[in-house]
Design a protein around this ligand. Structure first.
Ligand code: AMP
Length: 219
């Protein structure tokens, strides 16, 4: 099952992708994580990427195509994967079709998490991540708080705010999302692959996951 998430920042796509990954036993591949891993390696490419990430700008298609193709070739993707953060525009959607063709894969679902700016902003303000294992938490959402304040449940590392989680960068990223990805919704709708999930203020992560399961199973 190859699935894509389309969602603005802080819609909870990382959390939902992890739930799906665990239930279906397929990898969750976040282009944001792939890029941050490259930055952490301290390579020349990583330095170039860091500059884009700090400003909330898009990283070039060439760089992402290369990192993603290499990731999708790994055997853990043989039975599917969950793509989080890619594609974000039609050019990338077409590049992904080329990558999938080349690797003999097919796209099955496109899940759209629909959230408004105010709610996304509130969620961003509460978001903290583990710098070691990448697990994400949210102090503004009871179901996503760490068990012990500021400490990762999985590896006991001290949690941090992401560099690009400040209000100005966040609004820029949200607007880039609106500009560039809205066309994707039409594109995948016409292909009959789009499934929309509305996120409300009162929804816990588990509520959202139930909605996702419902649309996936409605096929
Ligand atoms: P995310 O973790 O998905 O919020 O992504 C963090 C940052 O990585 C974004 O603000 C972009 O700078 C970069 N990025 C992630 N995915 C893409 C993509 N598909 N195309 C371009 N840049 C991306």
């Amino acid at each position: 099952m190859n699935t894509i998430f389309i969602a603005p920042p802080a819609a909870g796509k990382g959390t939902q992708a992890k739930f799906l990954s665990e239930e279906f036993n397929i990898p969750h591949i976040s282009t944001g994580d792939l890029l941050r891993e490259e930055v952490n390696l301290g390579t020349e490419l990583g330095d170039k990427i860091k500059n884009n990430l700090d400003k909330g700008e898009f990283v070039t298609d060439d760089i992402i195509t290369e990192l993603l193709t290499s990731r999708l070739t790994k055997p853990d993707c043989d039975y599917g994967c969950i793509l989080d953060g890619y594609p974000r525009n039609i050019t990338q959607a077409k590049l992904l079709e080329d990558i999938f063709d080349k690797l003999d894969k097919e796209l099955d679902n496109v899940l759209f998490l629909d959230i408004d700016l105010d709610l996304a902003l509130k969620r961003m303000q509460g978001r903290i991540v583990c710098p070691k294992c990448g697990t994400s938490y949210n102090i503004n959402n009871e179901s996503l708080k760490p068990k012990k304040d500021g400490i990762c449940d999985k590896c006991a590392t001290e949690l941090e705010k992401r560099n690009d989680d400040n209000e100005e960068t966040f609004k820029n990223r949200f607007n880039v999302y609106l500009d560039k990805t809205s066309e994707l919704l039409d594109y995948y709708d016409k292909l009959g692959l789009l499934k929309k999930i509305e996120i409300n203020n009162s929804d816990s992560a588990a509520d959202t996951y139930l909605k996702i399961k419902k649309v996936i199973n409605s096929d």
